[in-house]
Design a protein around this ligand. Sequence first.
Ligand SMILES: C[S@@+](CC[C@H](N)C(=O)[O-])C[C@H]1O[C@@H](n2cnc3c(N)ncnc32)[C@H](O)[C@@H]1O
Length: 285
Amino acid sequence: MFKNLYNEIDFFFRKNIRLKRKYTGKNELKENLFEHFSGEKKQLAKEKEIFYLKKYQLQEFKTNSTCRNYLENLAVIELLENFLAPTPEKNVVKILDIGSKNWFYASGEWSFFKYKLEEFLGYSRVTALRVGEAAPSASARNPLFLDGIEIDAFRVYSDFHTRYDYAQYYIKNLANTRYITKDFLQHNEKYDYIIWFFPFVTEFPLQEWGLPLSKFKPSEMLKHAYDSLNSGGKMLIVNQDEKEYAIQENLLKNLNLHYEKKGDFKNSFLEYEHKRCVTIVFKDS
Ligand SMILES: C[S@@+](CC[C@H](N)C(=O)[O-])C[C@H]1O[C@@H](n2cnc3c(N)ncnc32)[C@H](O)[C@@H]1O
């Protein structure tokens, strides 16, 4: 009870004070990216990193990131490659990330969708101008719109920067990308793809993350996420460990949603303490 009261008060103040200071980021040399691996695993990780670096044009991001952040983003790309094959029927595609924290993985999401959409929509053909032809519209040049939404964007780190400050840094080179600082339940836009890493499906982690229990609404959140999909849209949910995965499945069943469980996902770049269990939700057209 005390924890909840503390969270209510603390959350109220940070939400209203909205601290902002420019964060300028940190870079690290990437010479020993895979010291945490050995043998075949290390070799495989090295090869895959080179492959993704070229495929998703990550050179600038690689130069201007920490080792951990670079690896986290590679892991996100691998996850999305494994479970989403975007096949948009429109020239503009909207993507939402729910509960983005400081959005340290925005580059991975953006680079994945940008590559896939260009591949699918024939981007180079769209933008290859013939003499005398009008310049393509902004949406033709940039078919991807990426939003991240976070209810607790003004939580302060030990360096006195907020999640908001970090997020602004992580998205600064990503065209058409917005970090939205509000409760997802108050946000009413439609998306073609929704990515949702670690939704709160039990009270304990929500409280540990500093949110008041009044914000614990897993079923309402899931329904709103489903309602926010355009028809034909897909949502990728990642849960931590089997227990949360089972609770997530119950929530999906109770709402009678069309979903596929994809199981535990292991990436090539990092080892996590907890399993990452994946579900895809479909909004049928
Ligand atoms: C377990 S964390 C996951 C953070 C991040 N996605 C990641 O992978 O590290 C869940 C996040 O969802 C946010 N969140 C919870 N309820 C929300 C809501 N109603 N609207 C927007 N964000 C919410 C929390 O503040 C928290 O940052």
